[in-house]
Ligand binder design. Sequence first.
Ligand code: NAD
Ligand code: UD1
Length: 341
Amino acid sequence: MGKVLVTGGTGYIGSHTVVELMQTGLEPVIVDNLSNSLMEVLDGICEITGKQPLFYEVDLKDVTKLKRIFQENQFESVIHFAAYKAVGESVEKPLLYYENNLVSLINLLKLMSEFRVNSLVFSSSCTVYGQPEELPVTENAPVVKAMSPYGNTKQIAEEIITDAVQAKMIEQAVLLRYFNPIGAHPSAKIGELPLNVPNNLVPFITQTAIGLREELKIFGDDYNTPDGSCIRDYINVVDLAKAHIAAVKRMKESAIPVEVFNVGTGNGVSVFEVVNAFQRVSGQDLNYSIVGRRSGDVEKVYADTNKANELLGWKAEKSLDETILSAWEWEKYIRLKDQNY
Ligand code: NAD
Ligand code: UD1
């Protein structure tokens, strides 16, 4: 059974990917410093799969400790999620973001090269496209100047990885550009767990509905879209997790050094549509008000997913309603389970 190193594996997307890896018969090994996740996530994974994955509480910036993990395990590939991801915070503390996201990646690549671990899947973001001129956006659209240090770490990381492959330090990499991951595992045993006030739309909605926040503020209804609110491509986190399994498989079957894939649904959905879907599936009235635009927001972005559909043999399957309901079920479960979360 092949071992796959999953950095950031107790995080939101990482934990769902660990479950899918285990259910595919691969053996994930998690390394996470718990800077944005809790150890309890391992219990959720175990409840779903019946097994505890191997877990190391290690910071990827600590190359000595990371090396020990490579000495103790023979990995067939690496899926690299670990990073800081709060856009606003990255503007205030740029060096923290550059250091964490880039030193971690460089350490990982050095060790992959030293231990001959040849394939890497990297978590990139549709933020690299900024506001694309043509929609749906394809992988060939230009990468534009990043709007934040966080976004810039994704662009620089894509370049570092491409250079490392070109220099044959590792053989292959797949760069997955995620659109907007939302929802939770259908078991409601794992999900998104913002440790601070959420910046993202769906966790803010579910926290408002459960009574943790007073109201949702909708950032702008005067955009050039049918209902005036921004449009995004919301992708179910389990569907997204499955794209990583497809990427690992792809690298076993193809010899292409670096490939980039959009991971979205292909559907553009507005903020009002998300709010309405939430009210419909949960039966809850949501307090909300409309306020001014959030600075740095793009008006509309959604994916052309043809490349991932054809070459990865992967397609988003879950509906928006099903996905939003899963986020709500998770919110209810986690608040009930532990008032301290
Ligand atoms: P998350 O914060 O839930 O998970 C990231 C995990 O990495 C956390 O558990 C954190 O503790 C860990 N981590 C951070 N720095 C570390 C370090 N130096 N050493 C060890 N562990 C470290 O975030 P997520 O939503 O699961 O995102 C996963 C990846 O996907 C990130 O790279 C993120 O930038 C990217 N991404 C996320 C989104 C999104 O909307 N969630 C969108 C596009 C891209
Ligand atoms: C955010 C990040 C982006 C990241 C993406 C995917 C910012 C500026 N950008 O973008 O880098 O790649 O997530 O994770 O944070 N909204 C509200 N009220 C809220 C929260 C959000 O109206 O309280 C609106 C936003 O204006 C936006 C939509 O909901 O139109 C989605 O917001 P969000 O979940 O933050 O995702 P992105 O804006 O796509």
